[in-house]
Design a protein around this ligand. Structure first.
Ligand code: ADP
Length: 263
């Protein structure tokens, strides 16, 4: 796992960095990170994804990049390009493990050291956006990520919640984390917000609705949109497909495209 020595400042060519945060796991943080990157790419941007969810790296699977190798060049690790046009690059601990089932059982300092390496030793090149998928909650890894990224602004946080009150409560803690660490909040996204019936197009609010928007209003931060539960989105993630390219008529598409225009 030793990377070649690199000049500091491998993120110097990145125009915007967006940290994707959530109060707990399973709310769709990696999904939103992946689809935001795809939507930005389809809007003509050059995008990188840094997966610092070290214990649950799911982005390589979502982008069908599992098993790809990370190479080295003079300025450090070369991220994996997930598309032929080389407009999305990805770095994840998943590429450094022997197998997708291997678990990262590391103590904090080792995790923090790898996060620093991901920032300083990866040849990111020129990017319009770097989307950073973080672990759930607010942990040492979040502090290490914010500290490593802070010199490279503009740095902002996008907070993902589901509509339920309990999830919204967890997200309040994320917003406190942002305030305490001086992270600008780009906005809140409410995910799994209702289910649109594929037969009659009626929307059922499975987990209630509006919690994310209300939270954003109370916290005085932008609300970026509500992404419905969408079986086609689940399927495209399981098959590692490009949802934004392949499912433009599905219920989650308008919200995901519109979020990418607001960040
Ligand atoms: P997290 O990163 O917060 O742990 P994930 O992004 O891995 O959560 O999402 C958990 C599961 O929920 C995944 O299987 C994903 O495909 C699914 N999922 C997330 N958001 C949606 C959505 N809006 N519609 C359908 N499935 C979704």
């Amino acid at each position: 796992m030793e990377a070649a020595a690199a000049e500091p400042g491998n993120l110097a060519g990145v125009r915007h960095i967006i940290l994707v945060l959530s109060g707990k796991g399973g709310v769709g943080k990696s999904t939103i990170s992946t689809e935001l990157a795809l939507a930005l790419r389809h809007a003509g941007k050059k995008v990188g994804i840094l997966d610092v969810d070290l214990c649950g790296p799911s982005i390589p699977r979502m982008l069908r990049a599992q098993g790809r190798a990370v190479h080295q060049c003079d300025s450090g690790w070369v991220p994996v390009f997930v598309d032929q046009e080389q407009s999305i690059s990805l770095m994840s601990v998943g590429f450094l493990l022997e197998s997708p089932d291997e678990a990262v059982v590391w103590r904090g300092p080792k995790k923090n050291a790898l996060i620093k390496q991901f920032v300083s030793d990866v040849a990111w090149g020129q990017l319009d956006y770097l989307v950073v998928d973080t672990p759930p909650g607010t942990s040492d890894e979040h502090m290490a990520t914010v500290e490593a990224l802070r010199p490279y602004s503009p740095l902002g946080a996008l907070v993902v919640t589901t509509p339920q009150v309990v999830s919204v409560g967890d997200v309040r803690r994320e917003l406190t984390f942002c305030r305490k660490t001086g992270l600008q909040v780009v906005g809140v996204v409410e995910n799994m917000s209702g289910f649109v019936c594929p037969h009659c197009a009626e929307c059922t609010n499975v987990f209630s609705r509006g919690g994310g928007e209300e939270l954003a209003r109370l916290a005085g931060v932008p609300f970026l949109g509500s992404v419905p539960l969408d079986p086609e989105l689940t399927r495209s993630l399981e098959e590692g497909r490009d949802f934004i390219r392949d499912f433009p008529n599905s219920p989650a598409f308008p919200a995901l495209s519109s979020i990418a225009q607001k960040v």
